[in-house]
Design a protein around this ligand. Structure first.
Ligand SMILES: *[C@@H]1O[C@H](CO)[C@@H](O)[C@H](O)[C@H]1NC(C)=O
Ligand SMILES: *[C@@H]1O[C@H](CO)[C@@H](O)[C@H](O)[C@H]1NC(C)=O
Ligand SMILES: *[C@@H]1O[C@H](CO)[C@@H](O)[C@H](O)[C@H]1NC(C)=O
Ligand SMILES: *[C@@H]1O[C@H](CO)[C@@H](O)[C@H](O)[C@H]1NC(C)=O
Length: 463
């Protein structure tokens, strides 16, 4: 009786010691020069602290196995009970998986002081690429925020951090500046660099772009001045600036967009579990994770429909989402610039005038008056256009003028008023969209587009 109890006690102690040992050994958040991380079952870094936890380790994805031998990547994902399937937020060697059947990879602070992913032969798959240093005091730590940092042990400075070198995911605590780019995965299960990049608009640092390789795919603001089509809610802009720009209107919080996702219980600290993801399919998505079940609630995503893509029908082409079907057509007086491409569904070359405008030998040009039309291109303001006739004359007097817009102070087009504005477009019109609802209250926006009178005959169309 006594003996068996003693045995029981020893067994229990062994179990406790065993689990304690496991904990000490594996639930660490730091790599030192002596203590690398190997590609072994259960060997990961887990961020310290409470709340959302992150985990760093080696992983494979089905599509990442390009040689069928199991490509291995080093990445960071959400840790805990609900981490399957994994939501990977960062990948070190996304374009250079470790191939071959043996798991020989390590993540280590190399002799030159850089954090590297290496294989058994010393081949490098990822490096922080800092200047060589023989410092033995460097450590690498997975912070509670999910940021992986290379720290100078003497000064405490961050020499390198994953938050400044992201993959496809923006996390709380990151800051979107002109150096930061989110590049999509190649597909849902393939971490290699895909076709879409989310970044600051280099021409306007308050705005954002999605590039599809070298082409603009989406823009957060498609013009300037008084008739903007702002495609990004304030809470996303605030999130991207690490809340250094405030949300002017508190009502414009994610909750106002939550009609996108029903039955989602909202965590108390709204943004703590948020992320912005550049998807392999081309959408930028803002979502919040419920840590209790690991589910993501989607609050905002763009481009939300085919007409939200940048200039989907090309210059002078009109996009329509009517009846949820996407169509492109040319403005009256215009025809597809490349009919073959247009017939194959490639609208990017847009439409061209049937006859040139500003032809002195012909009748004066006419204007098409188009209502509820979104126009994305930049315009200039003509201060002398206080009545519509003067605005129109200004357009006719300049052969570059493609269109004008006149509005009186009370918002009704065609009324005489001291606060009137006359806007003039001198470049080809882009991003035209029918039946567009402007968010900032312009109900009856109507633009007058210049066309050769001969091209529209006697009808002056009202669309
Ligand atoms: C994981 O689940 C167990 C049992 O369901 C629970 O006791 C534990 O607190 C959970 N751990 C985390 C990190 O959520
Ligand atoms: C983001 O904001 C937090 C809290 O104000 C701050 O500690 C952190 O340094 C900021 N991060 C960046 C990259 O500016
Ligand atoms: C990227 O775009 C090209 C051209 O449209 C396409 O052929 C390729 O499959 C795309 N790559 C991915 C990873 O989607
Ligand atoms: C939209 O669909 C309705 C019903 O199917 C149809 O009556 C209407 O003509 C359609 N409108 C357009 C512009 O295609």
């Amino acid at each position: 009786m006594k003996a068996s109890m003693g045995f029981g006690m020893i067994f229990l102690t062994f179990l406790l010691l065993g689990s304690h040992f496991r904990w000490v050994c594996f639930a660490r958040d730091t790599i030192t020069v002596q203590d690398l991380l190997a590609d072994k079952e259960g060997e990961t870094l887990i961020s310290a602290g409470t709340g959302t936890k992150f985990e760093l380790g080696f992983f494979s994805t089905p599509e990442g196995r390009i040689d069928g031998g199991g490509g291995r990547y080093v990445g960071i994902w959400y840790s805990g009970n609900h981490s399957s399937p994994r939501t990977v937020v960062w990948v070190a060697n996304r374009d250079k998986p470790i191939l071959g059947s043996a798991s020989t990879g390590v993540l280590a602070i190399a002799e030159d002081g850089n954090l590297k992913v290496l294989d058994g032969d010393g081949k490098v798959y990822f490096s922080t690429d800092l200047e060589s240093s023989s410092s033995v005091y460097r450590t690498v730590k997975l912070m509670g925020s999910g940021n992986l940092v290379l720290i100078d042990g003497q000064s405490g400075d961050y020499l390198w951090q994953s938050f400044k070198n992201p993959t496809d995911t923006f996390l709380p605590g990151m800051f979107m500046d002109e150096n930061l780019k989110l590049i999509s995965w190649a597909s849902r299960e393939d971490p290699r660099s895909g076709n879409y990049t989310f970044q600051i608009d280099p021409e306007d640092n308050n705005q954002f772009l999605i590039m599809k390789r070298t082409v603009w795919y989406w823009k957060s603001d498609q013009s300037g001045g008084s008739i903007r089509s702002i495609e990004m809610p304030e809470f996303v802009a605030a999130f991207l600036s690490n809340f250094s720009t405030s949300m002017n209107d508190q009502n414009k919080s994610p909750m106002q967009y939550s009609n996108l996702f029903y039955n989602f219980s909202i965590p108390q600290d709204l943004f703590a579990n948020a992320r912005l993801l550049m998807r392999s399919s081309g959408e930028i998505e803002f979502s919040i994770r419920d840590n209790r079940n690991g589910l993501w609630g989607l609050f905002w995503s763009e481009p939300r429909e085919p007409c939200s893509v940048y200039n989907p029908c090309g210059n002078f082409g009109i996009c329509s989402n009517r009846n949820r079907s996407f169509t492109c057509e040319c403005l009256p007086g215009f025809q597809p610039d490349s009919p073959d491409n247009w017939n194959y569904g490639d609208f990017s070359s847009g439409c061209a005038r049937k006859s040139p405008v500003c032809n002195m030998n012909m009748k004066p040009d006419a204007f098409l008056n188009l209502k509820l039309m979104k126009v994305g291109s930049k315009f200039s303001t003509y201060s002398g256009g206080d009545v519509e006739e003067k605005c129109k004359e200004e357009c006719l007097s300049n052969c570059q003028c493609q269109a004008y817009f006149y509005v009186g102070l009370n918002g009704r087009s065609g009324t005489r008023n001291a606060g009137a504005s006359c806007l003039i477009w001198t470049t080809e019109l882009s991003n035209l969209q029918k039946d567009y609802q402007y968010t900032d209250g312009i109900k009856n926006f109507s633009i007058s587009i210049r066309v050769a009178a001969s091209d529209i005959g006697i009808f002056l169309l009202n669309m």
